[in-house]
Design a protein around this ligand. Structure first.
Ligand SMILES: Cc1cc2nc3c(=O)[nH]c(=O)nc-3n(C[C@H](O)[C@H](O)[C@H](O)COP(=O)(O)O)c2cc1C
Ligand code: SF4
Length: 442
């Protein structure tokens, strides 16, 4: 791939990247100015035509989601910005919020205008203290410059933006859990339908979008949908369900690599290229045994699947749940997959909100079975038991309210499909971990 000029990260690392003056000097706010002079529907059409798909995990087409709002709704419409970013391995939203908060605010203001929202809430995971402080300062600058508040830039459009800090739970990132939390309640996801576009925050029509999704919007407005569509991977003509994977994408690479980091590239780079060319290869001269393609809930690629393109389609073709958040975690060939899977199960058992029995019990049982295996008391039939539990929990089998459960099940399914021999060897050799209930780290 030839050199790619960053779009979303272009201002990261520049001096004063968080000041509004510097942002405007770099051409910032041109998208907002342009959008405010356009018809609202035309702005939505631009986003729709660009093929922008949500970056929060599900990949839902952004412009199409906006059109689900009821037409001519007389009451309030809300925009919720999902900055919960709790998916293990994911840190792109944090970089965008800490390093270039004005790009996000511009995306929010354009989206707010397009969907007729007069109030937007940015929901931040509690641990993001720096994001909170940086965004708060940026919001104050926007109000002082009359870019927020009443009658923005004399357009007649008014928007207020509030920051809301969560209490630090994975489930607060699920859009209806986020809405419940914003309403001051425990973040228990709601049964859908109704979807938030019809009945969301305070039971009013609401759009929930991820931070990176909204950060793309000003660029689409300024450079045009064709530019956005010229990057990435077009839809597979043989797959009517593939909507294409367009635009720049932030890939977070972590784990056993020489240079972990967040890299901006057009959609569709392969896992191998990302690891070798951008993260400078697997550390200590080792090889990759497994790679998480998009946050732990997406499952695993094995060493033979590293040429999988990291677009919305590629990981699915390789048996993973999806591209997720494009958080790539590299696991080297000296690491036990039993330990890796235990860590994953332990995480989901801790984060399950407990509303649905298959998720609450299933995640806890899977953790306990892996504890048993790591204590040297596992049996081969435990592997089938794990698969039975994983196969019966989630939205896909239709037994739970939200997708946390599918995300908990997928690493189990993939690990046992792709690394079963290693699990069997662990059990039959009588291996045991020194600390079977302990946290695994480096
Ligand atoms: C358990 C769970 C956790 C989630 N966490 C996040 C998150 O931290 N950030 C996020 O943007 N989306 C998260 N999502 C996806 C949201 O529900 C929602 O699809 C997304 O915020 C919509 O924004 P987008 O269309 O711009 O991607 C999560 C979903 C599930 C099921
Ligand atoms: S699937 Fe799990 S996390 Fe989601 S609502 Fe049900 S119990 Fe809660």
């Amino acid at each position: 791939m030839t050199h790619f000029e960053p779009v979303l990260l272009r201002r990261v690392g520049k001096p004063d990247s968080t000041s509004l003056e510097a942002y405007r000097a770099d051409g910032g706010c041109a998208g907002l100015q342009k959008a405010l002079g356009m018809d609202r529907a035309a702005v939505t059409d631009m986003v729709k035509d660009s093929g922008l798909r949500g970056r929060g995990g599900a990949g839902f087409p952004c412009g199409i989601k906006w059109t689900f709002l009821p037409k001519d709704h007389p009451g309030p419409i809300y925009l919720c910005v999902n900055g919960d970013e709790s998916e293990p391995g994911t840190f792109n939203n944090r970089i965008l919020m800490e390093e270039d908060p004005h790009q996000l605010l511009e995306g929010i203001a354009i989206a707010g205008y397009a969907i007729r929202a007069q109030t937007a809430y940015i929901y931040l995971r509690y641990e993001f203290g720096k994001s909170y402080r940086t965004l708060q300062r940026a919001i104050e600058e926007w109000y002082a410059a009359k870019l927020l508040g009443k009658n923005i830039l004399g357009s007649g459009y008014s928007l207020d933006v509030y920051l809301h800090r969560g209490a630090g739970a994975y489930i607060c990132g699920e859009e209806t859990g986020l809405i419940e939390s914003l309403e001051g309640k425990r973040a228990w996801p709601r049964i859908k339908p109704p979807f938030p576009a019809i009945e969301g925050l305070f039971r009013k029509p609401t759009i929930v979008n991820n931070v990176e999704t909204l950060a793309c919007v000003p660029h689409i407005v300024v450079r045009g949908p064709e530019w956005f569509k010229s990057l990435g991977v077009p839809a597979d003509p043989n797959n009517p369900r593939d909507l294409g994977s367009y635009g720049p994408k932030l890939y977070c690479v972590s784990g056993h690599v020489n240079r972990p980091g967040c890299f901006e590239l057009p959609m569709g780079i392969t896992a191998r290229d990302l690891i070798d060319r951008y993260a400078y290869g697997v550390w200590k001269g080792r090889k990759a045994k497994a790679v998480v393609p998009g946050g732990i809930s997406m499952g695993f690629l094995n060493a033979a699947e590293l040429d999988t393109p990291l677009d919305f389609n590629g990981p699915i073709k390789a048996g993973c749940l999806g591209l997720g958040t494009a958080a790539v975690i590299v696991i080297d060939d000296q690491t036990s997959m039993v330990d890796v899977l235990y860590n994953s199960c332990r995480f989901f058992a801790h984060e399950s909100c407990g509303q649905c029995t298959p998720c609450r019990e299933g995640t806890a049982w899977m953790q306990k079975i892996l504890e048993r295996i790591r204590a040297g008391r596992g049996q081969i039939r435990d592997l089938d038991l794990l698969l039975e539990i994983a196969g019966s929990m989630g939205i896909i089998p239709g037994t739970t309210i939200c997708g946390l459960s599918d995300g908990a099940a997928w690493p189990v399914k993939n690990a046992l499909a792709k690394f079963r021999a290693e699990f069997e060897e662990y059990i039959t050799s009588g291996r045991r971990s020194a600390d079977p209930l302990g946290k695994i780290g480096h």
